[in-house]
Design a protein around this ligand. Sequence first.
Ligand code: HEC
Length: 204
Amino acid sequence: MFRRIKIFFFLVLLLLLGGILGALWFLPGVFSAKATPPEWEVKAARYIRHLATPSHFLKMSNPLHLTPEVLGDARHHFADHCATCHANDGSGKTAMGPNFYPPVPDLRDPVIQDMTDGELFYVIHHGIRFTGMPAWGKGDPSEDTESWKLVFFIRHLPNITPEEIAEMKTLNPMTQEERDEQAALDRFLSGEDIAPSPSHDHHH
Ligand code: HEC
């Protein structure tokens, strides 16, 4: 009897040890964001997220009325808050976009465009845990008109015009360097300064 218990514990210990060694073997690199997620993982994550979205959101269509003003608001909002990661045209081709795990998707892609309005809203309002996608909604979802406006804008992305992109560029957040450049340019244009950015020393 005792013998059996001893053997049992010995086996449990062996399993534990094997588990620890196995984990150490696989662990290096597991938390790196540099890898590209395999296709099956992307599909599985999307499917599980779909299942995890409350069904009344899945069925919802945009409660707002689409007007040029509403789309303009959303374009402004997107340029200011989303384009750093998603790019003005939604392509995801930004400095950060491809370096997330999972990477930022192309929002013009059918995979995204086939989502229902409510599902897109849910993602924007709540964000996506364990990814780079932050939650943007504050308070009660039923009062979050900003996210619904963004849903219109995401639907509009496949048909966005070069004029709209040009306007968005003026609304994108600037780095300190860009702000300095802009300020120098403004001074130059108002005639205060002789050169936009003096890049060499003046010797007297
Ligand atoms: C800090 C970077 C970052 C910002 C800023 C950001 N996103 Fe995202 N977003 C991501 C990442 C990363 C993903 C991919 C997540 C995934 O595949 O699970 C994503 C995914 C999405 C998706 C696709 C959801 C899906 O089911 O695949 C939508 C729609 C989206 N973002 C909208 C927005 C909107 C609208 C804004 C601005 C209000 C925004 N994002 C701002 C990083 C960002």
